[in-house]
Design a protein around this ligand. Structure first.
Ligand code: CDP
Ligand code: MG
Length: 753
């Protein structure tokens, strides 16, 4: 199927000289105020292996002695055999050779850029290098290492806890949204970049930390970009804070110049050559091409594991099932198939590190095949991969500020991503990468670099966070790539409609309250307003359920049965109310007797529901702190569902669509996008006005999680957004319908209770 193209080999890229930077204090504002001559401090004789360590003046040699044991330098307990076997492997990693060089620069400068290819040991080793020198535990401080992805934060923390021979959650822990795996003992904390940003809102100088490592900076996530901009200044204010920017790509100069020429250290790569193959003609269906290619590799290629890049959970699970079935049916050699995506449990994720199965009696190689989202592109390193199947796609955020629409879309990757993916095949030996697209397409169709997320997102939540942080002048906020002016304007407008900002763009009381929730502003506003509608208990449940993956399970072999079960919970007025029905049923005594079994029987995702329960508790705590009353309308009251639906409107009034006459599709308010209600919705389709939570662009413009609402509520609860006298309000059916509703509204005003 493939053209052999030897010119397409991944070149080993030479990184320019290390440590190029200005050590002249006049030019480099991040020079450490003092650094000691390290030669004075050598080995130690006392019981504490770290007794002679002088902060920011240690050597690689000292650390090595301490790491050699026999006692754990941080806990004082005897080190386990596993520790020593991992230690041996760690010392073979490329970064290990540069430990002293790293420390030298780390001592001299408070900001440091560290670049190294994926798998060189940045994420697992550098934070440990830092801990042995920064000694956060002696100062009551912590070292933070951020990750753009939850899975990476959990997985790496698990690994590093093993490497340091401590219990996960004790000295080494992780923190991701709605899950805190740390304790008083924790001094090395892996966390999502979003979590650190949230912490900054309450503690702008991030005083808990003595060193902050922003990892995977090349991913250019929104939160990392904002953190870089904030920390750039914090480091100047706090002479005792050190910042390490870590990145996998060669954009390092950009980071270096952004940080006023901070020193740059690059680990030379140690990858093997990877042969690249392209398809001779474009593939119509990348999924079936990926399956075919994977099976053919397994059937015909020598030993070595396979990594397949697909785009999302459903697709990956389907592919995994098909490959397993085919391998069995065609009686191929042993193959263990592991899916890898964000929604997996930590235990499931750890399985990707299992060794491959042994060769069978006929001598056919046993291998593992990991089918992954682009999480395996740079965030997680799996040893033993020799074959990469690159479909050329990933799910990426897309935002169109004009129609205020944000969605995850299957999008072609960039050339840089393709290079990274290919690189995964050459970690341990020469490898092969099968690109399921043509060479021409690679050269002409793929953009060189992936766009930073800030250019592709709705930044309303970020703007709110920045306002809370006291950043007044957003236009001049020093971001590496500023968002498009229209995107910023849209975000400000949205926050204004939500009453989080006033007309001057200042944070309102509502804005302050909303910023404390780890939720999108509209959702936070809905939650805060819900007590006014006598349904804060119910809206709290709905918010929690909207914050977890789909709670309905619909396996291929039992779709009908699953749909029947869902119908059992279905509410005619919409999906939000259906979610609520499920939650109430889940909390009933009957279900709680054996909730796992109950979920299984009812085709519900037990893990998602438990997670929602946990999230509910955490959100509730914030509400209690804000003294928001937790109340319910009596279930028997005719107002019960109306109140809930009105509270939904109070937050999501900007996500409403109206059915056009003559069976034409729904049209979103203001932006006037044609949309279709997702077929999985429990809403009776004749509803004229619907509120939706999600807008997904697949074959059709689907709106998902929809609930029927009334136009008079829209006018009453969001008079400015629904101001039809506003000259920007488009003329048409919607305006007419709103006018009709407005004329009726004064006659039908009633109390809520
Ligand atoms: O961050 P970077 O890509 O530079 O490398 P890393 O994530 O620190 O991984 C370095 C090495 O640690 C990998 O090549 C694996 O050998 C090992 N590792 C592992 O065995 N299990 C993990 N969960 C993570 C890393
Ligand atoms: Mg890494």
């Amino acid at each position: 199927d493939f053209d052999d193209d030897s010119s397409g080999r991944v070149k080993r890229v030479k990184i320019e000289q290390n440590g190029t930077s200005d050590m002249d204090p006049k030019k480099n504002p991040y020079l450490a105020h003092q650094y000691n001559d390290v030669s004075k401090y050598a080995s130690n004789a006392s019981g504490d292996p770290l007794a002679n360590f002088k902060r920011h003046a240690t050597t690689a040699k000292q650390a090595k002695i301490a790491e050699d044991g026999p006692k754990n330098a941080f806990t004082g307990t005897n080190l386990s055999p596993r520790y020593f076997s991992i230690l041996k492997k760690r010392r073979e990693l490329p970064v290990y050779e540069q430990r002293q060089e790293f420390l030298d620069l780390y001592h001299k400068s408070n900001v440091l850029v560290f670049v190294g290819e994926t798998g060189s040991g940045k994420t697992t080793q550098i934070p440990q290098f830092v801990c042995y020198d920064d000694l956060p535990q002696k100062k009551g401080k912590m070292v933070a290492c951020t990750q753009p992805r939850r899975v990476a934060a959990m997985s790496v923390a698990t690994r590093v806890a093993q490497e340091m021979d401590v219990v996960l959650g004790d000295e080494v822990g992780y923190s991701i949204r709605f899950e805190d795996m740390t304790s008083d003992k924790t001094f090395l904390k892996y966390m999502t970049d979003g979590m650190l940003l949230r912490e900054a809102m309450n503690d702008p100088d991030l005083t808990k930390y003595s060193t902050i490592i922003l990892d995977e900076a090349h991913e250019r996530t929104l939160a990392t970009d904002v953190l870089m901009a904030l920390l750039k200044d914090v480091v100047l204010r706090r002479a005792d804070l050190k910042l390490v920017i870590m990145s996998a790509t060669l954009d390092s100069k950009k980071f270096q110049s952004y940080f006023h020429g901070a020193p740059l250290l690059a680990v030379p790569g140690r990858t093997h050559p990877v042969e690249i193959f392209y398809t001779p003609a474009p593939e119509d269906d990348y999924l079936s091409a990926a399956l075919r290619t994977t099976l053919s590799i397994h059937d015909s290629q020598p030993e070595g594991d396979i990594l397949v890049f697909l785009t999302g959970e459903d697709e990956i699970e389907r592919a995994a099932a098909k490959i397993r079935a085919e391998v069995q049916e065609a009686d191929m050699g042993p193959l263990d198939v592991y899916p890898l995506y964000g929604g997996l449990t930590p235990q499931q994720q750890q399985k990707i590190f299992n060794p491959p199965p042994k060769a069978d009696v006929n001598g056919r190689p046993g291998r593992k095949c990991i089918i992954s989202t682009n999480i395996a592109e740079t965030s997680l390193t799996i040893d033993g991969i020799v074959y990469v199947v690159d479909t050329g796609f990933s799910k990426q955020k897309v935002f169109n500020p004009r129609v205020r629409y944000e969605s995850l879309l299957v999008t072609p990757i960039s050339q840089a991503s393709a290079q990274q993916r290919a690189g995964r095949a050459g970690r341990t030996q020469p490898g092969k990468c099968f690109r399921l697209y043509t060479e021409t397409s690679f050269k002409d169709d793929l953009i060189p670099q992936t766009y930073p997320e800030i250019l592709l997102s709705n930044i309303a939540a970020t703007v709110l966070e920045l306002k809370k942080l006291g950043v007044e002048d957003l236009v001049h906020f020093d971001l590496m790539d500023p968002p498009a002016p229209e995107t910023l304007m849209r975000a400000l407008e949205e926050l204004y409609y939500l009453k989080c900002l006033n007309i001057d763009g200042d944070l309102t009381e509502m804005g302050k309250l909303a910023s404390e929730y780890p939720l999108d502003p509209a959702m936070a506003v809905m939650l805060i307003s819900s007590s006014e509608f006598y349904c804060s208990n119910e809206i709290l449940s709905i918010c929690s359920l909207l914050s977890v993956p789909n709670i309905f399970v619909r396996p291929n072999h039992a779709k009908q049965k699953a749909d029947e079960m869902k119908a059992f919970f279905a509410h005619d007025l919409g999906d939000h109310l259906t979610l609520l029905n499920v939650y109430h049923a889940f909390k009933s005594d009957e279900a709680q007797e054996d909730p796992k079994q109950w979920c299984h029987e009812h085709f519900l995702n037990y893990r998602a529901l438990t997670q929602a329960d946990n999230i509910r508790m955490q959100l509730k705590r914030i509400m209690e702190r804000q003294e928001i009353e937790l109340v319910s309308t009596p279930h028997t009251s005719p107002k019960y569902y109306d109140n809930i639906r009105q509270a939904l409107v109070a937050g999501f009034f900007m996500q409403v669509a109206m059915k056009q006459s003559n069976n034409r599709p729904y049209l979103t308010v203001r932006e006037e996008q044609k949309v279709v209600i997702h077929p999985g919705s429990t809403l009776k389709h004749e509803a004229e006005w619907v509120l939706y939570n999600e807008f997904t662009l697949t074959s059709a413009n689907y709106i998902r999680t929809t609930t029927a609402v009334k136009p008079e509520w829209l006018i009453e609860l969001a008079p400015e957004y629904y101001d039809i006298e506003d000259e920007n309000f488009p003329d048409g059916d919607i305006k007419k319908a709103l006018r009709r509703a407005r004329n009726g509204v004064h006659r039908s005003e009633k109390g809520r209770k």
